[in-house]
Ligand binder design. Structure first.
Ligand code: SF4
Ligand code: SF4
Length: 103
C-alpha cells in the first residue's frame, strides 16, 4: 500500500489526531457522523467512541471537536504541529539543496 504523506512528510510522523477522554465520552456518535475519514469506531460494548485510524485524520483539522457536547475530544497543539511541519519542510529543502550540490 502506498504510504500516505502530508506535504511530502510521511503521515505517520505527524502526531495529529483526536484523543478521546473516556470519562467524558457518552458514545453519542456525533464525532463519527461528522468525520468522513473513518477515524472513529463505536465500541458498542463499552458505549464509548474509539479512535481506530488516527493517521486517517486530516492534519490540522479539528472539526469534530466542535460537535462534541461533552468536551471529550482534544488535539495536540496546533501551532506546535505547524512548527514541526515547517521544520521538516526546511530540513527536506536543505537536504535537496545539499544533494544537488554533490552532483
Ligand atoms: S462526540 Fe464526544 S461524546 Fe459523542 S461519541 Fe464523540 S467523543 Fe464521545
Ligand atoms: S479532525 Fe477532522 S479529520 Fe480528524 S477526526 Fe475530526 S473531523 Fe475527522
Amino acid at each position: 500500500m502506498k504510504q500516505r504523506a502530508y506535504m511530502g512528510i510521511p503521515r505517520e510522523e505527524i502526531a495529529w489526531n483526536p484523543t478521546i477522554d473516556e470519562e467524558k465520552c457518552v458514545g453519542c456518535g456525533q464525532c463519527m457522523e461528522v468525520c468522513p475519514n473513518g477515524v472513529f469506531e463505536m465500541d458498542e460494548a463499552a458505549g464509548k467512541m474509539k479512535v481506530v485510524s488516527p493517521t486517517n485524520c486530516v492534519v490540522l483539522c479539528d472539526k469534530c471537536m466542535a460537535f462534541c457536547d461533552q468536551d471529550a475530544l482534544s488535539f495536540p497543539d496546533k501551532e506546535a504541529t505547524k512548527r514541526f511541519v515547517a521544520e521538516r519542510l526546511r530540513a527536506a529543502a536543505q537536504q535537496a539543496k545539499a544533494s544537488d550540490g554533490k552532483r
